[in-house]
Write a protein that binds this ligand. Structure first.
Ligand SMILES: Nc1ncnc2c1ncn2[C@@H]1O[C@H](COP(=O)(O)OP(=O)(O)OP(=O)(O)O)[C@@H](O)[C@H]1O
Length: 315
């Protein structure tokens, strides 16, 4: 396979009538990585994914999947990809097992042997009529059909939506196993916490452009944690000045709120000079990261350019 990217888009533009959904999207996913595609609702994640699968055609720009243009690659290329759509349309008058075996037959029998094992992992009852399946169970059918033929590339649109925490964990194990076996996993989400548990690198998409690409550790560091400390007595805000990794300090009597990036030790050392009644630390989310981007970084410029109708990303 060489070192060709598993996915590459250059200057990808997609218009729906007069709505421009993608504004020149650049993306490069390396073979064998688990790559998160993160963005808020309406950012253009599903549109990008549909372009990768040749379910939509680009208005401008280029798409390459496993080194090929999906339009040229056709069914032979599709057979090498496992796809979980955001909204799964399942035929109503069959059982989950019949449907999955039917799909395997369409794929020349590939994957039939893995149906039972995958269904067991997700506690999916294959004998149930699809009409009777809950949203979560339908999602399981979608995941089984995406993984069962051990594709080289998995393209998964919001794969954990509708799954309970236990099954989300099972999904992450499966995704990592696929990557360990050499597959590339590309998955979209609007929740940072969900993506960071499985992906190595993440692209953040907003309003049809990629505004940041980073490894998960960097992104998590940048997002940081919101810390709330409650002391027995009021503290002096000056004590927190210049503490490494601490910003956005707000002191309200005996309660201190701040952002922590990196190791908590310096903050703990300052806090320990007083009696601490309560310590609360929460990981910040995607939306918080966006707020930071807008206040500082190059993304602010990208977003402004984007609104002016420019095509520049922030990279
Ligand atoms: N068929 C369509 N016709 C017109 N506009 C569309 C169509 N599909 C998507 N859009 C618009 O394109 C933009 C990108 O939508 P897209 O579904 O790709 O975003 P998304 O990141 O997948 O969001 P979500 O998480 O809500 O699915 C949105 O503004 C959306 O309203």
């Amino acid at each position: 396979m060489g070192t060709a990217p598993a996915i590459r888009t250059v200057g990808l533009v997609k218009d729906y009538g007069r709505t421009r959904a993608l504004h020149g999207l650049d993306l490069e996913v390396r073979p064998g990585e688990v790559f998160g595609f993160l963005g808020p609702n309406g950012a253009g994640k599903s549109t990008t994914i549909r372009l990768l699968l040749d379910l939509l055609r680009p208005t401008a720009g280029t798409v390459e999947v496993l080194g090929q243009d999906p339009v040229v690659g056709g069914p032979a290329l599709r057979a090498r990809v496992g796809y979980l759509p955001g909204e799964l349309a399942l035929p109503p008058r069959t059982t989950a097992g019949e449907y999955l075996r039917y799909l395997a037959a369409l794929r020349g029998g590939r994957g039939a042997g893995r149906i039972t094992a995958l269904a067991d992992r997700f506690a999916l009852d294959l004998s149930r009529d699809m009409r009777a399946l809950s949203r979560g169970n339908k999602q399981k059918v979608g995941l089984v059909q995406a993984f069962m033929h051990t594709p080289e590339l998995l393209v998964l649109d919001e794969p954990t939506s509708g799954l309970d925490p236990l099954l989300q964990h099972e999904f992450r194990r499966l995704a990592r196993e696929a990557a360990d076996d050499g597959a590339t996993v590309f998955l979209s989400s609007h929740v940072l916490q969900e993506v960071e548990q499985v992906a190595g690198r993440v692209a953040i998409i907003r309003a049809g452009v990629v505004v940041d690409v980073d490894d998960v550790a960097t992104l998590r560091h940048r997002a940081g944690q919101r810390v709330v400390l409650r002391f027995a007595e009021p503290v002096d805000a000056a004590e927190l000045d210049g503490v490494p990794g601490i910003t956005d300090v707000v002191v309200d009597g005996a309660t201190v709120t701040c952002l922590l990036r990196g190791e908590p030790t310096p903050l703990l050392q300052v806090a320990a000079r007083h009696r601490v009644l309560r310590w609360q630390a929460e990981d910040r989310e995607l939306e918080d990261l966006f707020m930071d981007f807008y206040r500082t970084g190059p993304v602010a410029e990208a977003a402004v350019l984007d609104r002016r109708g420019g095509t520049a990303g922030a990279r």
